[in-house]
Design a protein around this ligand. Structure first.
Ligand SMILES: [Zn+2]
Length: 165
């Protein structure tokens, strides 16, 4: 899968790529600094997530955030439409074939185990959601651009809802 860089330069939003760190940049950090950086990136409210939220909000779509009652704690929940959206950081969620998912050259095995556990957890959550009638959208960090955001907004809007969130 190719990582596209089609974010328009005129966009007021922050290009998500600037937020990402390459494997080699991570390698240059001390282990403490690196784990600080990793834990910060892993958390909620990451820049790619905020970019997606702002876009959908501007389209008039309303959602709940990080609903712990649902499998995998989806980043955005459109409850009455039965839609959830996950915004996945390529490194943490092991985006297959993506250069941003490259493992650091030190402690490679540690990271490989951690990431593969995350991938399995994501799959289990996705299956559990689908089994209970949720439509699941996954937006990869490297694939966030005006086209994919527009498509997502269209898909969410098209799914009618009974009552407002
Ligand atoms: Zn990616």
């Amino acid at each position: 899968m190719l990582c596209r860089r089609s974010w328009p330069s005129t966009s007021p939003l922050i290009w998500p790529g600037r937020w990402s760190i390459s494997g080699s940049a991570v390698d240059r950090l001390t282990p403490t600094r690196r784990s600080e950086l990793m834990s910060r990136i892993r958390g909620k409210n990451t820049i790619p997530e905020i970019v997606v939220r702002r876009f959908l909000h501007a389209k008039g779509l309303r959602y709940r955030l990080h609903d712990k009652r649902l499998p995998g704690t989806p980043d955005l929940v459109f409850a009455s439409r039965k839609i959830v959206v996950f915004v996945h950081g390529c490194f943490w969620h092991g985006h297959e074939g993506c250069r941003r998912a490259a493992l650091p050259s030190t402690r490679t095995e540690f990271w490989a185990d951690k990431i593969s556990a995350n991938v399995k957890r994501d799959l289990r959550a996705e299956e559990a959601l689908k089994r209970t009638g949720w439509q699941v959208f996954i937006l990869w960090q490297c694939e966030i651009n005006m086209k994919t955001l527009g498509d997502l907004a269209t898909n969410v809007s098209m799914r009618s809802h009974g009552k407002a969130d």
